[in-house]
Design a protein around this ligand. Structure first.
Ligand SMILES: CC(C)(COP(=O)(O)OP(=O)(O)OC[C@H]1O[C@@H](n2cnc3c(N)ncnc32)[C@H](O)[C@@H]1OP(=O)(O)O)[C@@H](O)C(=O)NCCC(=O)NCCS
Length: 162
């Protein structure tokens, strides 16, 4: 299932993560998700499933958003991190990333995609709901500051034959 793209998509390139992206990805994570991870984390996760770590870059090849997916359960993907740099939001970049990610999940034959989101993050919850993710669990004190999270999931249904 694909969300509709805005009428004038920005000049954005989607590509796989590269080690040189780490400073930019770290910056987006700090600003958008308020988290700080060891740079080596991004590298090691990208090796596990390179296709699942998608970067959206501007015309100068500077990352402006990314979606980092992992596979921890058989035939399931989990969106571990997903963020677009503040000045580039509501332009369709997140939609481009999510569309491409779900397509890769389908190509790999995954049956389900899961993610976690803060209960206060109305923007992201609305975004995921548009893709027909639904809440499957309430995760009490899931975040380090004590906030609850929702687990959300999307079942990937194979297109009808014929
Ligand atoms: C969630 C997030 C990744 C979405 O990225 P984005 O690039 O803003 O996503 P899009 O532009 O594709 O879509 C966002 C909204 O803008 C709307 N939009 C997109 N292009 C638009 C345009 N040209 N004009 C007006 N609205 C537009 C979309 O319809 C969508 O609205 P909806 O969610 O109410 O349906 C972004 O808000 C973000 O980085 N948030 C902070 C980090 C975060 O919360 N991550 C998720 C953690 S679980």
């Amino acid at each position: 299932m694909s969300a509709s793209l805005p009428p004038n998509p920005p000049p954005v390139t989607l590509r796989a993560f590269r080690p040189s992206d780490v400073p930019f990805v770290s910056g987006i994570v700090a600003e958008a998700l308020h988290e700080h991870y060891e740079p080596s984390l991004y590298q090691s996760l990208s090796v596990e499933w390179n296709d699942g770590f998608l970067v959206a870059s501007d015309p100068h090849d500077v990352p402006i958003g990314f979606l980092l997916g992992v596979t921890q359960v058989d035939r399931e993907a989990r969106v571990l991190m997903f963020a677009v740099e503040r000045n580039h939001r509501t332009l369709g970049v997140g939609t481009l990333l999510m569309d491409a990610f779900l397509e890769r999940c389908r190509v790999r034959g995954f049956r389900r995609v899961t993610l976690e989101v803060r209960v206060s993050n109305a923007t992201a919850i609305r975004f995921y709901t548009r893709y027909r993710f639904s809440v499957t669990d309430l995760l009490r004190s899931y975040y380090s500051d004590g906030e609850n999270g929702y687990q959300m999931a999307l079942d990937l249904v194979a297109p009808a034959a014929g």
